[in-house]
Design a protein around this ligand. Structure first.
Ligand code: PHE
Length: 455
């Protein structure tokens, strides 16, 4: 049986487990990374590769994190300490805590812009906006030395408040309320988007199947995306699964979350691209698409401002629920391994994120206060993103796969995946173990070598 601390919280049901975990997966990645990458890299062909990456890397790593978390009921570092006492494996967790900080430094900055844009949309700032004024508005936000930091602080205050309420009253309650709302909002925007004249172009951009664009680099992009999207490789899923219910079907949850997350990404693409094409714009990547094209396009359509508010509200929800899981990694560590109360732990993490997030906020644009400062040829903003997403997550994923495949024996896997024989999955355990032992690590080595530029 798993060891359980008596006072440790758990989620209250399978549905709560699902929404909390989905809340972690669904984030800024769905709205600005996924749709663009699909459209730009061969549409349906890229999707096919992405699904294969989820199948052979994403799902096995996710299930491994679930195994480690639920079996030990510990934070990302404590879990490895319990399974292999006195071994260096615990540094997978150390790296996870560090990666969570690095991601948060820039993620909270972008989330701050999203909150601010929601505020601006409510205030009516985008009425009659033109391409030039949309550019100017975004430019003044990213180069301002005060406003982005202020909104970053607001974001961190919201995230901290929810986290101090705990696992059940905080994370569970918020994700269970907001994730269904997110689905509703995105479907409403989708209906408007696909009924615009000229919407077909946008759908074509997203769903055309072009195998000629597939290359090694594209395949590796799909793999990296699968990692970031499903919040893997840094102990987020270890931490969340340490709160899972005892009867949760781990493989089932992994499949459901990966499926629902991909669905949200596609719905986001359907919300964005038909509108972009209907108004004769070019689809661009990242911040430009989210903060310049979207206000411009939405404000031109009937009910545009209401939809724009809905859009930035749903993006705020996605960013916030993802940040809960990012910050929970160090929060659980400091409160369980370092003797801090949960509240002090949250405050400590929030303070560090705000302070170290400032260089990211000031360097997000080359015209910003710290925009000209470079370390290893990158601004702080890009450096945080690069080190965490391109190096730490794949490396963490590789070590998690190696640990789960080679340090955990088949009997333990069978016990945990079948919930001590209660779920009829025993036949699949051998196949699963083969994938996690050999296939997943091999594929990850390729991604990792690519991400550091060796391959
Ligand atoms: N999955 C989140 C997104 O798509 C980002 C994230 C990465 C969250 C790693 C937690 C851990 O935006």
């Amino acid at each position: 049986m798993s060891s359980k601390g008596d006072s440790r919280e758990t989620f209250s049901s399978g549905l709560a487990v699902f929404f909390a975990t989905l809340g972690s997966a669904v984030g800024l990645g769905n709205i600005w990374k996924f749709p663009y990458l699909v459209g730009a890299n061969g549409g349906g062909a890229f999707l096919l590769i992405y699904f294969l990456c989820i199948l052979f890397v994403g799902l096995p790593v996710m299930a491994s994190e679930f195994f480690i978390g639920r079996k030990t009921r510990k934070n990302a570092i404590g879990a490895f300490k319990q399974l292999k006492p006195g071994s260096p494996w615990k540094h997978i967790g150390t790296m996870g805590v560090a990666a969570s900080g690095l991601i948060m430094f820039f993620y909270s900055c972008v989330a701050g812009w999203v909150y601010y844009y929601l505020f601006k949309a409510i205030r009516g700032d985008f009425a009659g906006v033109t391409l030039d004024s949309a550019k100017a508005q975004f430019g003044s936000v990213v180069t301002d030395p005060v406003t982005p930091i202020l909104w970053q602080v607001i974001v961190m205050a919201v995230v901290s408040l929810i986290l101090t309420m705990g696992v059940k009253k905080g994370i569970e309650k918020i994700t269970k309320t907001l994730m269904p709302l997110l689905f509703l909002l995105i479907i409403i925007i989708d209906i408007r988007a696909v009924t615009l004249p000229g919407a077909a172009e946008g759908l074509k951009f997203l769903f055309h199947v072009d195998f000629s664009q597939l290359s090694g680099a594209v395949i590796l992009t799909a793999m990296g995306l699968a990692f970031f999207k499903l919040s893997l490789g840094m102990g987020t899923m270890i931490t969340y699964s340490s709160y899972f219910t005892e009867d949760n079907n781990l493989l089932g949850t992994a499949v459901k979350v990966a499926f629902a997350d991909t669905l949200v990404s596609m719905l986001a693409g359907i919300a964005i691209f038909p509108a972009v094409f209907a108004f004769g714009m070019q689809p661009g990547a990242g911040p430009g698409l989210l903060f310049m094209t979207i206000p411009l396009v939405f404000s031109q359509m009937p009910f545009g401002n209401v939809l724009l508010i809905a859009f930035f509200f749903l993006t705020s929800i996605a960013a916030t629920t993802a940040m809960l899981s990012l910050v929970e990694v160090p929060v659980a560590y400091f409160s369980e391994e370092r003797g801090l109360s949960r509240k002090s732990s949250v405050l400590l993490c929030a303070a560090v994120i705000v302070v170290l997030g400032i260089p990211a906020a000031l360097s997000a644009d080359s015209a910003g206060l710290l925009g000209g400062v470079t370390v290893f040829g990158k601004s702080f903003f890009d450096l945080y993103d690069f080190i965490s997403s391109n190096i730490m997550l794949p490396l963490g994923g590789l070590f998690i796969a190696l640990f789960a495949g080679h340090m955990i024996d088949k009997a333990q896997w069978r016990q945990e995946l079948t919930n001590q024989g209660r779920i009829g999955l025993a036949g699949a355990v051998g196949l699963f173990r083969f994938i996690i032992r050999y296939v997943t690590p091999a594929l990850l080595v390729i991604v990792f070598l690519h991400s550091i530029g060796v391959l």
